[in-house]
Design a protein around this ligand. Sequence first.
Ligand code: SAM
Length: 290
Amino acid sequence: MSDFRDIPGWTVETLHEDHAQALRETALLYDSETEHQRIRVFRNPTFGRIMTLDGVVQVTEGDEFIYHEMLTHTPILAHGAARRVLIIGGGDGGMAREALRHASVEHVTMVEIDAGVVEFSKTYLPAISDGAFDDARLELVIADGAEFVRRDVAEGEGYDVIIVDSTDPIGPGEVLFTDTFYGHAKRILNPGGILVTQNGVPFLQGDELTNTMRAFKALFAEGTCFMATVPSYAGGPMAFGWGTDGEARQTSLATLRARFKKAAITPRYYTPEVHQAAFALPGYVLALMP
Ligand code: SAM
């Protein structure tokens, strides 16, 4: 019998040992190896265009809004006065797109290790960045995020919100899950700043969340996570790490609603109510907290 991963017309993601995700592939649009990873883009009738890096789904046109909106609007609106945002990873431009929707955000630095991801996303997934790469407020740096955060920041050059939009902790993304990286990220946060991270699907990647939470609880006055279900990241809701020394997590619903109205953004997933509910953690996730 042939291996289930070789079924013609299907792409099978085998990120986890005991669980795989199969996506019907109706057209292959791009398949190439960069210095860092293998990039593929194919079409699926439900999810639209899908990008994989080393065989792992990174982004789909169909459900990317959930992931990008929750990792940007949640910290930016909880902060309330975010002017400078740092995105680590994020090569497809979706995170920059959502951060730049906030007129109050004056500057976004995006540090992506792989210029290949940015270039091909502009060509093959233009709807995801939706012009973000042409926004004068965006500074794109092609570098390892772990190296970037080591630098000293001058007065006024720290960040109010840092978003880690990384691959999983294998390959080039591994360094973005280390205590050293988190420590440097905290160092370049402005007072009251917030660090958020993509932390995988805790039902399948529990260790990943436990490790990040251990680091966050040691570093920040408040280290927790919030959650959202992104269908193409199979296995249940995703966890997003949340670390801050400020009071942002306590922002009332009334304040979030007022800020949301003032920001005049029209997301498809994020609402102030979803924002608050996302921090309510189920028992199996609380059990993963150190
Ligand atoms: N949403 C996806 C997920 O949850 O699987 C991840 C998004 S994808 C845009 C992640 C990006 O992180 C990729 O473009 C990858 O090249 C980049 N990346 C991986 N390791 C990095 C590093 N050390 N520094 C900066 N960017 C990195």
